[in-house]
Design a binder for this molecule. Structure first.
Ligand SMILES: *Cc1c(COP(=O)(O)O)cnc(C)c1O
Length: 355
């Protein structure tokens, strides 16, 4: 409320000191030199790809198992998504990604997603990047503050992107997003693209977007939420630990996590065997426990993709993503869950007898 009052009285509502200060703090948190705020996680990916020089028709390797926004951003930038399967963690399979690039050497761009708050193996990602000279935009919308073998998630790609959608680990009171870079030129291009492609007052060097972060959101994020992020993440980690120790139903198994991942537990995904997924969701919902599914449909199966004039490609089979889209359930996890509530979820899941 103090932030709302301060911005309201300031008379300055778009791209001002609040955004600049928030960007500085965000770049420190993400261990990158520059942060650029924008209107959403979707726009952050589109703008980053365009800043990296993506041209219409360029192929962009990505995952079929994510928020639709990951692919939508690639399409909006004019890219042709190339989908490669995930591994048993639900994150893109970096070995398959390497095979795909070896057989399609025209692929220059990669948008991996650090899904569920888990970090992809950054050593493997860096090796892939160097071997194939890829330009990478890491989608960190679910993974702010995650690490891999001690390194900050989002430090391998030329760019990494964040979303401040209210349900994200760092959520605003509305929509918002950001991108981080080390290269000052890329950051400058991103600043231009988020503001109609405006390089100076009324001078338009690019065809940009209106994708600015409001002062109000920046002020609230910076003064009310960012200072609490570390303790929220710690609480999410405690809850995940409690689930991992307490869940004992052999029909409901937590998804394995990538090697070296130090997660921020945006979600707590489990897999159900034997086609019991919907039954488990019903069982939990009847007991007033919110169970959700991430994600019930693979992106390449979404009808909206038919509108993409440039089309898309699928590399090999997507069988693991298909299986997870039928078996995954996300158990409740957020910083204000109490131990008694977590224990009740554990008890319900352990008592579930399958379909
Ligand atoms: C939420 C999300 C996005 C999109 O962010 P918005 O701010 O909602 O546009 C992109 N990628 C992933 C993985 C997400 O979870």
């Amino acid at each position: 409320m103090a932030a709302v009052d301060r911005v309201g009285r300031s008379g300055w509502y778009v791209l001002g000191d609040e955004v600049r200060t928030f960007e500085r703090q965000l770049s420190e948190l993400m261990a990158r030199d520059h942060a650029v705020g924008c209107a959403s996680g979707l726009d952050a990916i589109e703008i980053s790809l365009r800043a990296l020089g993506l041209r219409p028709g360029d192929e962009v390797l990505t995952t079929p198992f994510s928020a639709f926004a990951t692919t939508l951003a690639i399409l909006r930038a004019g890219g042709v998504p190339v989908f490669v399967d995930v591994d048993e963690t639900g994150l893109v399979d970096l070995k398959l990604a390497a095979q795909c690039i070896e057989s399609h050497p025209t692929i220059r761009y990669f948008v991996p997603v650090h899904l569920f708050g888990q970090s992809l193996d950054l050593n493997a990602l860096q090796a892939l990047k160097e071997k194939h000279d890829l330009a990478i935009v890491e989608d960190c919308a679910q993974a702010i503050g995650a690490r891999s073998n001690g390194r900050a998630t989002g430090c391998i790609g030329e760019a990494a992107t964040l979303s401040f959608y209210p349900t994200k680990n760092l959520g605003a009171l509305g929509d918002g997003g950001a991108m981080v870079f080390d290269d000052a030129g890329l950051a400058e291009t991103a600043r231009t693209l988020r503001d109609y492609g405006q390089a100076g007052k009324y001078v338009h060097d690019r065809l940009g977007l209106n994708s600015r972060l409001d002062e109000l959101h920046a002020a609230i994020l910076r003064t009310a939420f960012l200072p609490r992020l570390a303790q929220w993440t710690e609480r999410r980690t405690q809850i995940a630990q409690r689930y991992l120790e307490g869940l004992s139903n052999p029909a409901v198994v937590p998804l394995p996590t990538p090697a070296g991942s130090e997660a921020v537990w945006h979600l707590f995904p489990v897999q159900t065997s034997g086609g019991g997924r919907d039954d488990l969701c019903d069982w939990l919902r009847k007991a007033d426990v919110q169970a959700s599914v991430h994600y019930p449909h693979l992106i390449p199966h979404q009808k909206g993709l038919e509108e993409a004039a440039q089309g898309y490609r699928v590399f090999g089979s997507l069988e693991t993503a298909e299986r997870l889209s039928k078996e995954e359930v996300s158990l409740p996890i957020h910083p204000y869950l109490e131990d008694a509530e977590i224990d009740r979820v554990i008890e319900l899941v352990n008592r579930w007898r399958g379909s």
